[in-house]
Design a protein around this ligand. Structure first.
Ligand code: SIN
Length: 365
């Protein structure tokens, strides 16, 4: 074997070894030196690795955390992610840099969860619905008319329901760091005002990738098209779907007002986020860094709770000002939607199991 071939083989072997370390997400971090070496490799893409190496040499950033999400920066999740990044840097004196990738720039939610499990990214915050394929119990949050208020949902996430779901996530090699709010979903469509389930009959709604949401639309007499968030605007514009459900902040920041005429305040379901990391990665961080990041997460979560309602209220008014025809469901309309939704609860009782269903009885409207 000539020298050139031998050196190419060596480079190849080193590259494969490096990729294995990346896939391990910061495993084997027994000493500080090893941790830092692994973390540098952990940052994964070649451009970041170069930046990191340069930063570490200049005594700046030692740990880079890639945080991918799908919404715009001017939303409750977008703002909280930026606040977490700011606090993480502040509390570690610049040793940690959180790179936030909004707007599905890196991945859609399904891909982000897989990338997190592989250690390619380190944090994500998909809505609970997006975990359906990994942890079916997570779509419990999609049950129509589960919570009466965002405050009540916070209590549930902090109580037995959150504990239960956290246990299920841990079985899938995903660590829950916090639950963040967005708010309640509303309905938009292009056919006419919605006052009762009869008004959504035969409309084709985009839903998140959750079986419960497909069942919900079918129970209302509509049909459902599960679709990644980044594809919804075009699908609405091209008439592939007639309607969708989302929070005011997601509707406004995605400009659905440009392609949808009718907006109905239904508050029928919640969008909340599971802020997650890879447990091997997180537990492989030095303790002082983890403590600082836990503090940053607690403060960013508080910040998210403060801004979520404000942003959604503001965006609601902006949608009305933009010319969407707006109506609120009255009590009779709400009750008709609740009645139409109860079969969905029965359908999923076995999927979620008795323990979880019993926990939910405290909240069910
Ligand atoms: C999000 O708020 O993260 C997106 C939710 C969706 O897919 O509708």
């Amino acid at each position: 074997m000539n020298k050139k071939l031998l050196s190419l083989l060596l480079v190849g072997l080193l590259t494969v070894f490096g990729l294995m370390l990346v896939g391990c997400g910061g495993d084997d971090t027994t000493t500080d030196t090893t941790t830092e070496d692994t973390m540098t490799e952990d940052t994964t893409t070649e451009d970041t690795m170069t930046e990191d190496t340069a930063a570490a040499t200049s005594g700046d950033v030692e740990y880079t955390i890639k945080f991918a999400h799908v919404v715009a920066e001017n939303t409750p999740k977008g703002q909280a992610a930026l606040e977490f990044a700011r606090l993480a840097s502040e509390k570690t004196n610049g040793r940690v840099e959180v790179e936030v990738y909004p707007n599905s720039q890196l991945y859609n939610d399904d891909e982000a969860i897989e990338a997190l499990q592989l250690g390619t990214i380190h944090m994500a915050a998909p809505s609970f619905s997006k975990f359906t394929g990994f942890v079916p119990e997570m779509q419990v949050v999609d049950l129509p008319f589960l919570f009466e208020s965002v405050e009540q949902s916070r209590e549930a996430f902090a109580g037995p329901m959150g504990e239960y779901l956290n246990g299920k996530l841990a079985d899938s090699n995903i660590m829950l760091l916090a639950a963040w709010d967005n708010g309640f979903k509303q309905l938009t469509n292009n056919r006419g005002p919605v006052n009762a389930p009869a008004d959504v009959e035969n409309l084709k709604f985009r839903v998140q990738e959750s079986d419960v949401l497909v069942s919900q639309m079918q129970a209302w007499g509509a049909s459902a098209e599960p679709m990644a968030f980044s594809e919804v605007y075009n699908a609405l514009e091209q008439g592939v779907i007639d309607a969708q459900e989302n929070t005011y902040s997601n509707i406004y920041s995605q400009n659905y007002q440009d392609v949808q005429d009718y907006l109905t305040e239904s508050n029928h379901g919640l969008i909340a986020y599971a802020v997650v990391t890879n447990p091997e990665f997180w537990n492989g961080l030095p303790e002082d860094i983890r403590t600082a990041l836990d503090e940053a997460m607690a403060e960013a979560t508080e910040y998210n709770s403060t801004v979520a309602g404000q942003i959604n209220d503001e965006n609601k008014q902006q949608l009305i000002d933009a010319g969407m025809e707006f109506n609120e469901l009255d009590e009779a309309g709400l009750q008709a939607f609740r009645d139409a939704s109860y079969p969905v609860w029965d359908e999923y009782a076995d999927v979620f199991g008795e323990e979880l269903m019993t926990i939910l009885e405290d909240y069910r409207q």
